[in-house]
Ligand binder design. Structure first.
Ligand SMILES: *[C@@H]1O[C@H](CO)[C@@H](O)[C@H](O)[C@H]1NC(C)=O
Length: 135
């Protein structure tokens, strides 16, 4: 019994280590970065699924006053309601190397830029769904 438990712990450590080494660093929007006029829902679909500990890098290279908020739920995401949103990166953070968000919780991550122009056309927002890694 003790041996079985030990084997279980070893397996868990191996699985965790594998999960950590496999985490991806993904630049949001790829070479388009975080900019007005690009469809990030589409981008997120193409880059899904995301996994625990993946890092999303937001680079605000183009026309600066973009930002990135984490929205608390689907409702606020659909309504573009930023009242209880958390500011992840304002314009100064995203310039240069960009800003990194680690997807380290089992939740749906709703991202959006709060700029009127950015979300009125529904483009500068996306959500990331995390799936377990395939072993
Ligand atoms: C963005 O892409 C998604 C998924 O491909 C699509 O459903 C949506 O209509 C697009 N939005 C706009 C504004 O083009």
């Amino acid at each position: 019994m003790a041996r079985l438990r030990y084997a279980g712990i070893v397996l868990m450590v191996i699985a965790t280590t594998m999960a950590m080494t496999e985490a991806r660093t993904i630049v949001v929007g790829g070479s388009e970065n975080w900019r007005f006029g690009y469809n990030y829902t589409n981008w997120a679909l193409k880059n899904s699924p995301f996994h625990i500990n993946d890092k999303l890098v937001e680079v605000f290279k183009f026309d600066a006053p973009h930002n990135m908020y984490l929205l608390p739920n689907l409702y606020s995401y659909l309504k573009c309601d930023f009242r209880s949103a958390k500011l992840l990166a304002g314009a100064p953070n995203g310039v240069g190397e960009g800003f990194e968000a680690v997807l380290n919780q089992w939740r749906l991550y709703y991202f959006a830029s709060s700029n009127d122009k950015d979300y009125s056309d529904g483009l500068m927002k996306f959500f990331a769904m995390l799936l377990p890694r395939r072993q």
